[in-house]
Ligand binder design. Structure first.
Ligand SMILES: Cc1cc2nc3c(=O)[nH]c(=O)nc-3n(C[C@H](O)[C@H](O)[C@H](O)COP(=O)(O)O)c2cc1C
Length: 207
């Protein structure tokens, strides 16, 4: 399937058949997330694949009981780690950008010696926003690959991160961002409304 077809076919799927999803298909979806771009190639994402029914039901409870989560045979818990934003973690990523011409040794040293990362290391809210930026891209890629694999998915951002964190027994350095329930669709929704293109796109100047 070409990218344009996947984009136009994709819709949030909230009803799933109980059939399990083949591991190879789940892996394709995860690989799409892995291939996503990220700020300075930080790749802060961590994905936990949950198929266990009791755990999925626990996760559903941690998102205000959203039935989509409990119904999907697979739930990908989308997280980020703070380590990839530290000077040490990000330093390695920046180094990898030198050979491709996106970074020079000099600039890398300036970036690493400045306090540029400090705001991202302070507090859950800022970190969650920063990590969220990167995860959003990976999840978007994963939802498109899900379509390509004949699967449906629904981005679930309305979660209680602390409860998901607890349910998954995660260490303190891992932030929970959102969930991605995944499975074979048991619905074929019509495309949801979008704003007219001329309401959101301006050529040369905003008017
Ligand atoms: C960041 C984000 C968070 C979302 N969170 C939820 C959610 O918690 N529950 C839900 O049912 N849908 C959620 N959605 C799906 C949106 O409601 C959906 O994308 C939107 O209504 C447009 O419909 P479509 O995806 O079918 O085109 C979320 C989507 C995004 C991008």
């Amino acid at each position: 399937m070409d990218v344009s077809s996947a984009i136009s076919k994709r819709a949030s799927i909230r009803r799933f058949k109980p059939a399990p999803v083949e591991k190879a298909k789940i892996e394709k979806v995860l690989e799409a997330g892995r291939r996503a771009p990220s700020w300075g190639n930080t790749q802060p994402w961590r994905f936990i694949v949950v198929q266990d029914k009791a755990k999925r039901e626990e996760l559903a409870r941690a998102c205000g009981g959203q039935p989509t989560v409990g119904a999907a045979p697979v739930v990908i818990v989308c997280c980020a780690t703070i380590e990839d934003f530290t000077r040490k973690g990000h330093g390695e990523a920046l180094k990898s950008l030198i050979p491709v011409g996106a970074m020079t040794e000099e600039l890398m040293n300036i970036v690493l010696q400045s306090d540029v990362f400090a705001p991202y290391l302070r507090g859950d809210v800022v970190m969650t926003v920063k990590a969220g930026e990167q995860l959003m891209i990976a999840i978007a890629y994963m939802t498109l690959e899900a379509v390509n694999q004949g699967l449906g998915a629904c981005w679930v951002g309305a979660i209680t991160p602390k409860e998901v964190h607890k349910a998954m027994n995660l260490p303190d350095n891992i932030f929970v961002h959102s969930l991605l329930p995944l499975g074979y669709a048991d619905e074929d929704p019509k495309p949801r409304p979008r704003k007219e293109i001329n309401k959101i796109v301006f050529w040369e100047k905003y008017q």
